[in-house]
Design a protein around this ligand. Sequence first.
Ligand SMILES: NC(=O)c1ccc[n+]([C@@H]2O[C@H](COP(=O)([O-])OP(=O)(O)OC[C@H]3O[C@@H](n4cnc5c(N)ncnc54)[C@H](OP(=O)(O)O)[C@@H]3O)[C@@H](O)[C@H]2O)c1
Length: 320
Amino acid sequence: MSASLLYLLVPVGVGASLYVIRKLREWKWGWVRNNATLRGKVFIITGANTGLGFETAQALAARQATVIMGCRSMERAGEAIRRIRQHTQEGELVPLELDLASFASVRQFSEAIKSRFPSFDCLVNNAGLAIRTPQYTKENYEVHFGVNHLGHFLLVDLLKDNIRANAARVVVVSSKMHEKARIDFDNLGKWVERGPRDRFNNLYNNSKLMNFYYARELYKQGYNVHVLCPGLCHTDFFRDYNPRWYHYILFSPVVLLFLRSARQGAQNIIHCATDNVNTEEKNPVTGYFVTNVEQTKSKFKFDDETSERLWRESVKALNV
Ligand SMILES: NC(=O)c1ccc[n+]([C@@H]2O[C@H](COP(=O)([O-])OP(=O)(O)OC[C@H]3O[C@@H](n4cnc5c(N)ncnc54)[C@H](OP(=O)(O)O)[C@@H]3O)[C@@H](O)[C@H]2O)c1
């Protein structure tokens, strides 16, 4: 074989292998195949203007659902609706203002839901953020705790009568990073500086563990609740980390093997929102969550004492 042919075959072979690996990964990450109409069903999604919430809203609208988009900026919500409408004319899209970093805003939002859509079918607690420098909610809780956990806790509490009356489903968007977390009760709701040896954003991971603990408590109380990890997804989520072009090159193996599109990650939310996922053996209390569009057992050792204490501390913080 001539050297020039070899120079051609090696990159083509490497490229083809990478392509196959990527396609196999995408196949493993899973897709929702059910395309049944959702006409007449009402879904509420927090943080629906971008990322996973946006993709979920678009997919549900395409299946003719009514989707309430709880967003903190009505301008961004309007822009999201314009983008969805370029893709589908089906379903109804209703933007409603919701800032999970403000109890008053959560209360206003829940009042609007109660008066306009009292018998909704599903609430998706999707909105979330991870940041590097301190930010606080209106009530002075650091935002990982305040937005990712407490704001949603308050929202469910305010809507609990409607949820119970309609046996509505609650979908909790957590993360596999909960397995690397622990709940630091001494600093609950306070900003804790990242140590030099901390590889991860512990405040974020801890808030995702709270999401899982919270889902378990809801399940114990008889709610139809599903908890999930969407996988590592290409969304606006990393906006505060400001990745540069060379990061993408440096991390290209990670990107190739692990980074899924927002549309693919959202399949896990759509699956939990529209399919019956929990079973007696596999549910949030037995430590199962949805990822890759199937139930997976968490490696985390949950304990009831922490679960109940988190519930009590959250109620205390909310004064409900
Ligand atoms: N992307 C990932 O790799 C990944 C992995 C595991 C879990 N997750 C989880 O997936 C969920 C969605 O994340 P994403 O990847 O779609 O991120 P994203 O693209 O940044 O979207 C987050 C959404 O949350 C909204 N939000 C943030 N703070 C809010 C507040 N105070 N009140 C109301 N809405 C607020 C954002 O609104 P604005 O646009 O106005 O900021 C945005 O709509 C999060 O719970 C995240 O923890 C993501």
